[in-house]
Design a protein around this ligand. Structure first.
Ligand code: GLN
Length: 486
């Protein structure tokens, strides 16, 4: 079975293992498991072996190898990869092959990472279960009748089932943390602006962030240290030095102050999730942290605020998919431009994407802009201030990542509001732009993963890593009950 990011990079660097062997192992796992799990929309077997060969050759020539030499990193399909199909889970981009790499891809390549393929996702990252993928959902390896979470569900599944030790996802309102929580993996949503989004197919630009999934905390730390940093091609990327996240994983947590917000332990929280998360917090307290209650009073407005702002931004971002420049074009109306736009968008977008374009267009329209969009912007400021006030008193805030463990496929598809409510604990950190991650805690009695969310002030990812690594050391790694070698 594939080991961790750090172990693979070390084995390849010292010549204990060839990068090609590691790549073949990843491909074998995909071959055995993915017909059932559907984590990948495209597998890049040949290009990955080719990349691995280059790593092995560089080593033979005695060249210094990068931090991720020979490490397979699965890539969410919303991230542009030169020469490799990138559909964002949508029919409207079927067959779209980007002519360039996203900055995160350029950085991973330079560090020696190899790419097994593009992972399944909710269409344009809109969803919490992967069921909005135009290509059929990925499945949770802990129970194939259940969802893996979303929108970066394929990336989470690829890592949970050890088809790759790490993956990239994107998180707009929880799309890395929530699937990490539902699949028993580590997922990090960096501070807004910490990682370049050049080449990320946009959903809601004031919220979107790229971040890593990994089998363990140190693996996520290493991938983040490779992809973080200022990028002249993304004006929103921050020009602030990148901390040593791996070193943070070994740091003492004694004396760190952890806030526990009562608003995150409210109605709708599954009692087993609550027990598991509270046990993790108690363990951090045993390790010398100071645990105290904090208040985040505007939390209950987060879902409404997010679904006004994110849909508004999405309606604008998705205007570019018109049948002219990218992907699908419905040809039957080729002599009438407006009809061609309409028919292409009708055929190319799925139901949830259409719902959001309609909602977003509505909240931005004349007469409603002040009542909805502007008001939501103001509430966003209040949510941000909640965190600023709380972080005056504590170094980090801990909560459940998701109110429930993974649910059954189909269970929430008829009820968009129930689906939206599953994001209730992840949306506030996105709206505030702060650092947040999800790390596995003890599973439910039924054997389903549970995630602990650790939130820290902007650019304090290191605090999240220190706490997560300390907690991880107390929790034996669990693997999904699949029929593959452990
Ligand atoms: N589930 C949320 C949504 O549907 C968040 C998705 C995301 O973070 N991309 O919008």
């Amino acid at each position: 079975m594939l080991s961790t990011v750090i172990a693979i990079a070390e084995q390849v660097r010292t010549g204990q293992r060839k990068a090609v062997e590691v790549a073949e192992e990843s491909l074998r796992a995909i071959d055995t498991l993915d017909h059932e799990l559907h984590a990948f929309l495209a597998v890049a077997a040949e290009p990955m072996i080719q990349q691995a060969r280059l790593v092995d050759q560089a080593r033979e020539r005695g060249e210094p190898l990068g931090l991720l030499a020979g490490v397979p990193v699965a890539i969410k399909d919303a991230i542009c990869t030169r020469g490799l199909v990138s559909t964002a889970g949508s029919k409207i981009l079927s067959g779209y092959v980007p002519p360039y790499d996203a900055t995160v891809i350029t950085k991973l390549r330079a560090a020696g990472a190899v790419f097994p393929g593009k992972t399944n996702m909710d269409e344009f990252a809109m969803g919490s279960s992967n069921e909005n993928s135009a290509y059929g959902p990925a499945r949770n390896p802990w129970d194939c009748a259940r969802v893996p979470g979303g929108s970066s569900g394929g990336s989470a599944v690829a890592v949970a089932a050890r088809m790759a030790p790490a993956a990239l996802g994107s998180d707009t309102g929880g799309s890395i943390r929530q699937p990490a929580s539902l699949t028993g993996t580590v997922g990090v949503k960096p501070t807004y602006g910490r990682v370049s989004r050049f080449g990320l197919i946009a959903f809601a630009s004031s919220l979107d962030q790229i971040g890593p999934f990994a089998t363990d905390v140190r693996g996520a730390a290493r991938v983040l240290s490779v992809i973080a940093g200022k990028d002249p091609r993304d004006a929103t990327s921050l020009d602030v030095p990148v901390d040593d996240y791996e070193a943070a994983c070994g740091k003492s947590i004694r004396g760190l102050r952890i806030g526990v917000p009562e608003e995150y332990f409210a109605q709708g929280l599954d009692p087993e999730v609550e027990a598991s998360v509270r046990a993790a917090i108690a363990s951090l307290e045993d390790d010398g942290c100071v645990v105290k209650p904090v208040k985040l009073p505007h939390t209950r407005y987060a879902v409404a605020t997010y679904y006004v702002l994110a849909t508004a931004e999405a309606s604008s971002n998705l205007a570019r998919f018109d049948g002219v420049r990218y992907g699908l074009r419905v040809r039957e109306a080729h002599d009438d431009l407006r009809a061609m736009y309409g028919k292409t968008r009708d055929a190319g977008f799925g139901a949830e994407v259409k719902r959001r374009i309609l909602l977003g267009t509505f909240v931005l329209s004349a007469g409603y802009y002040d009542a909805y969009y502007l008001k939501a912007q103001r509430v966003r400021t209040l949510l941000r201030r909640d965190f600023e006030a709380a972080f005056g008193d504590v170094d980090a805030i801990c909560s459940p990542t998701s109110p429930t463990p993974a649910w059954k496929l189909g269970e929430k598809m008829a009820d968009p509001l129930a689906m939206y409510l599953s994001d209730v604990y992840t949306l506030p950190a996105s709206l505030a732009g702060i650092a947040a991650m999800s790390v596995p805690c003890a599973p439910t009695r039924g054997g389903l993963p549970v995630g602990l969310q650790i939130m820290a002030p902007a650019l304090r990812e290191s605090t999240c890593f220190s706490l997560a690594a300390a907690w991880e050391a107390r929790l034996p790694t669990q693997l999904p009950p699949l029929g593959f070698e452990r």
